[in-house]
Design a protein around this ligand. Structure first.
Ligand code: WQD
Length: 351
């Protein structure tokens, strides 16, 4: 049974990917310092899969601690690297924190990949690498423009580091450019768990709907789009998770025709912020308390994926609808309301 290391495994996409990997016959370990995630998320992974998952509570910016994990696990076949800070707005306010955390952790990991000859590496990249594209629909060949935020630059630089590293080593590399992952596992046992005030749209919607937040702001309705609010390609987190399993299988079967391949992970549908809010209201039956505010620095106007390459090369088929994204996000928020104690107690165990 091939062993896959998932960094950021107690995080949102990481935990959903652990579930998908286990359900597809892989052995997994998680590496997560829980600075932006809650270790209790692994209990949900274990309940869904019936399998225990070990998490190494290690900061990947600490090389010695990272190296020690590989010494204990010399049989790692592949790494899926999620662990990074990812809030666009926060990165504009704290650029050095983003460059240091996201790049030092990647470089430390790659030094270990080299030392232990790990054959496969899958990198969590992002549509933010495209910057503000000339055309809203982007393919993997769309030339990246200047990133709109330090977060976006860390993903552009991460891809460049990996491209050069791949040429100098024999690691088979895949870069997965996510659009906007939203929603939760249908069991409502795992989902998005923002620490503090949610930065992303869908948790802001669900926390406002459940009363955790008094209201939410729509950051601008004066953009050149069909209703003035920004356009994004929202994609169900379970579809994103399964794409990672398909990427590992793609590498395992040596189907990649170059050492470093890029894939867009989006539905191909552009949805505005206001359309997302109205979809939530329809699915949940809750009237959302929001108001229009000023634009958020770092936001791009409109972007959505051409996902033909992932469909044809990875055999990926993102079938979940916007309604299903909103429904699972809402059911997770409702479950949190009852199980908050579990996550709170887990967090306090850590301190
Ligand atoms: C979406 C839209 C906001 C909150 C995210 C991740 C990034 C990357 C890409 C994975 C924007 C608007 C938001 C709110 C709002 N994902 N919004 N009110 O910025 O596109 O980037 O997906 O790698 O890691 O950050 O997503 O959800 O923050 O914003 O109006 O309270 O919703 O202005 O137009 P973004 P987001």
């Amino acid at each position: 049974m091939k062993k896959i290391m998932v960094t950021g495994g107690t995080g949102y996409i990481g935990s959903h990917t652990l579930v998908d990997l286990i359900e597809n016959g892989y052995d997994v370990i998680s590496v997560d310092n829980n600075s932006r995630s809650n270790p209790a998320m692994l209990r949900g992974v274990e309940k869904i899969t019936g399998k225990p998952v070990k998490n190494y509570k290690v900061d990947l910016c600490n090389f010695d601690d990272t190296f020690a994990i590989f010494q204990e696990n010399p049989d790692i076949s592949g790494i899926i690297h999620f662990a990074a800070y990812k809030a666009v707005g926060e990165s504009v306010e704290k650029p050095l924190m983003y460059f240091e955390n996201n790049l030092v952790s990647l470089i430390n990991l790659l030094k270990c990949v080299q030392e232990f000859n790990v054959p496969w590496f899958v990198f969590s990249s992002s549509c933010t690498v495209y910057g503000n594209p000339d055309h809203s629909m982007v393919t993997e060949e769309t030339p990246p423009k200047p990133a709109a935020s330090p977060y976006g630059y860390t993903k552009q630089m991460g891809e460049q580091i990996l491209g050069e590293f791949q040429k100098a080593s024999n690691v088979q590399t895949i870069l997965l450019r996510y659009f906007n992952p939203v929603g939760a596992h249908p069991s409502a046992l795992i989902g998005e768990l923002p620490i503090g005030k949610p930065q992303n749209l869908v948790p802001a919607i669900t926390q406002t709907a459940i009363g955790k937040l008094p209201k939410m702001m729509v950051f601008g309705d004066d953009y050149p789009t069909r209703d003035g609010s920004c356009v994004r390609d929202y994609i169900h987190v379970c579809d994103i998770a399964h794409a990672h399993t398909l990427a590992i299988q793609y590498l395992e079967e040596c189907r990649n025709n170059s050492g470093c391949e890029v894939f867009n992970l989006g539905t191909g549908n552009g949805v505005t912020v206001l359309e997302a809010i109205h979809a939530f209201e329809k699915v949940s039956g809750v009237k959302l308390n929001y108001e229009i505010g000023p634009r958020r620095p770092g936001d791009i106007v409109a972007i959505y994926a051409n996902n033909d390459k992932a469909k044809s090369r990875l055999g990926w088929d993102p079938a979940r609808s916007l309604d299903e994204m909103m429904d699972t996000a809402w059911r997770w928020e409702l479950k949190l309301k009852n199980d908050e104690q579990m996550f709170t107690s887990a967090k306090s165990e850590l301190n």
